[in-house]
Design a protein around this ligand. Structure first.
Ligand code: ADP
Ligand code: MG
Ligand code: ZN
Length: 414
């Protein structure tokens, strides 16, 4: 192949194809533009700067918030034969000196630094004398006060574009919240950046919303259509998870509860059962799910309105990781909206914060009430364009009604 980035992908990392979004992010970066890449967790954001780093040569500076993350990445790169280094407080002085020698002599391709270490005068002066070809900022949402993980040290990074005016900067994050994104665009790039949002679609998950009437009955009916499959049911309260799990058990469904009010032993036991057995229904609060990677979860059922469209997206994303058909099913009632509004109003928070929270709730309600393709609305929120998906309740209801000939054919043939 004559495409140098594809060559690096194959020869260094051993992959045959780019994941959605990777190639276009790399192209923008290699063309010398600043890029903000918003892609979900696991989408492969690291390669978006690692491959261009190797294509361009010279030194790439990678800013990462956690020492553990830096060390993982450096170790992985070295395994692939790439000269990567980190200078940080957790390794001893000699090792840091040796790393700096490799950087200064031009051997190092990627140098991982915490923001507070990069943004010292000494480090910046020293780096300015080297051939810096690229700057990558991982977990870029840490710069936003509105984001979920604000880090004061990230604020100084806004000086980078002034200090290295000729070096393309790439920021990557999985946080697609619009306010956070706009914040990154202004702070890091002064608005002069190409933002690319990609890879959020999970086409195998069918999206559906049903008016909430009798949630227990509705849940049981749904689960009966998925007998023997593993699923996650999210409830708003701890008490409700236990009630629902007991109700399902009485109706012959293997169901377990999970919430933060249970003892650690009980929680671990239930999580273990869910992970190792098949056909267990986990009835949980949002305390359940972080880091859960079970490939064969057939559905995520929300008995109550989630906290935001972002939270909903995270939660339904636990279904269908094996690529098989899966369902995200939500019960939606007016009582839930009132409850959520009350939660926000009762919060001990600044007015501005409450205003934003109500705005997020409005977005979620918009998703619930839309008559358009739900996937289009969901992906649109993340900034990704889509066309009617054919795999949500709204698309399926609008599809021309089958005239029954196909079914008749099957029945007659049987
Ligand atoms: P993110 O930072 O977006 O959460 P990572 O960069 O850590 O994701 O990548 C997640 C995993 O995907 C890694 O194991 C990585 O090697 C793998 N990966 C990334 N790009 C590709 C690709 N094009 N083909 C195959 N695997 C890939
Ligand atoms: Mg990452
Ligand atoms: Zn649709």
């Amino acid at each position: 192949t004559h495409d140098p980035k594809r060559r690096v992908l194959k020869d260094v990392f051993g992959f045959d194809d780019f994941r959605p979004g990777q190639a276009s992010v790399m192209e923008a970066l290699l063309a010398g533009r600043h890029v903000l890449a918003v892609m979900p967790t696991g989408a492969g954001k690291s390669l978006c700067y690692q491959v261009p780093a190797l294509v361009k040569g010279g030194l790439t500076i990678v800013v990462s918030p956690l020492v553990a993350l830096m060390q993982d990445q450096v170790a992985a790169l070295r395994l692939a034969g790439v000269a990567a280094d980190t200078i940080n407080s957790s390794i001893d002085r000699d090792a840091n000196v040796a790393a700096w020698r490799r950087v200064a002599s031009g051997q190092t391709r990627l140098l991982y630094l915490a923001p507070e270490r990069l943004m010292t005068e000494r480090m910046l002066d020293a780096l300015a004398r080297l051939d810096v070809s690229l700057i990558a900022i991982d977990e870029a949402h840490c710069i936003s006060q509105w984001g979920p993980a604000f880090r004061r040290e990230y604020e100084d990074l806004s000086q980078l574009r002034g200090i290295f005016p000729d070096v393309p900067i790439i920021a990557v994050t999985a946080t697609a919240d619009e306010t956070t994104r706009a914040d990154i665009e202004t702070r890091l790039f002064g608005g002069r950046v190409e933002t690319q949002v990609l890879g959020f679609d999970r086409p195998n998950i069918k999206l559906a919303i049903e008016p909430k009437q009798d949630s227990k009955r509705q849940l049981l009916n749904f689960i009966e259509r998925h007998q023997g499959r593993s699923g996650i049911v999210y409830c708003l309260s701890r008490k409700k998870t236990e009630e629902m799990a007991a109700f399902l058990e009485r109706n012959g469904v293997t169901a377990l509860a999970y919430h933060a009010g249970m003892s650690k032993e009980a929680r671990d036991a239930n999580q273990n059962a869910f992970m190792t057995l098949s056909g267990v229904v986990m009835v949980a609060t949002i305390a359940f799910g972080m880091g859960i990677d079970k490939p064969d979860v057939a559905y995520v059922f929300h008995t109550d309105l989630p906290g935001s469209l972002e939270a909903y997206y995270q939660e339904i994303g636990r279904a269908g990781r094996d690529g098989r058909a899966a369902e995200a099913h939500m019960l939606y009632g007016l009582g839930d909206i009132r409850m959520r509004r009350m939660f926000i109003d009762d919060e001990d928070a600044a007015v501005e914060h409450k205003r934003r929270s109500h705005g997020r709730l409005d977005t979620l309600i918009g998703y619930c009430e839309t008559a358009e393709c739900r996937r289009e609305v969901l992906l649109g929120y993340f900034g990704e364009e889509a066309t009617p998906c054919g795999n949500c309740d709204n698309c399926l209801e609008q599809a021309p009604r089958a005239d029954g000939t196909a079914e008749a054919g099957i029945i007659l043939a049987a």
